[in-house]
Ligand binder design. Sequence first.
Ligand code: MEV
Length: 289
Amino acid sequence: MATWSAPGKVFLFGEHAVVYGKPGIAMAIKPRVFVTVRRGRRTTELKSAYLKECFRRLNVKGSIYVRSQLTSSSGLGSSAAVTIATLSAINDEFGLSMTRDEIARTGYEIEKKVQMGLASPTDTYVSTFGGLVLVTQESRRMLPPRNLPLVIGNTGVPHYTAQMVNHVREMVKSHPGIAKPVIDAIEVVAQEALRSFEDLKRLGWLMDVNQALLEALGVGHPALSRLVVAARTAGAFGAKLTGAGGGGCMIAICPPRLKNRVAGAITACDAEAIITTIDTEGARRERVG
Ligand code: MEV
């Protein structure tokens, strides 16, 4: 029997702009998915297409138990975390000797198949390796880890990444003179953020600017705006949606002493709040017993 876990992720800066070759900054977060795999003569009935595909690809049979601290379909990379933790547990239980790179790559292929070609390699990479990651269209690179005090607010509004990506694509086609400079400005914000990790106040301000630019691209949502305003009013340095938008989650960067107050302001809006920070481990073996 092998138990592994893998973390979720947030986009700190640059979502949507990465689709146009601009840099993005993503970070693994503390909430995790835990998966236990036990070899067996047959694979137990599986409802999740991700789990089925993990067993099928690695050509093994057994039973699986999944426990998640991440709400699914919230934009926090829960499907990637499930897939990476499952591949890691199978790798361990069956002694397959896959490297972390192979696990990240296989995880991405599985996500791509299940999501019909629309998966993001960022989610599986960040979940496998943890930490702070600079994302470009072609590559993902680890940045020095930073202990950012974050509060996540989950609107509970379902969101559809493909729909949001298409929405931006339509705007780029129909109004290039507006959309392209907005995407260029998101790039400048991400570049400035890369130089500002020592200065939480500045990072918060950059999040506010990034939020305004994402709203200009039409990927905001009233429920996200409500949480962003509530977090700022409660003393956050800045706040923005994270991921595809149109629902899902927002993040706020806070003075450490105000994390609880910001979380309270989010729950007062009937949303789920998660106080968190960076996860530097990525996929890890869990001790059981
Ligand atoms: C979704 O989490 C982030 C997007 O930039 C899409 C992607 O990077 O694949 C909207």
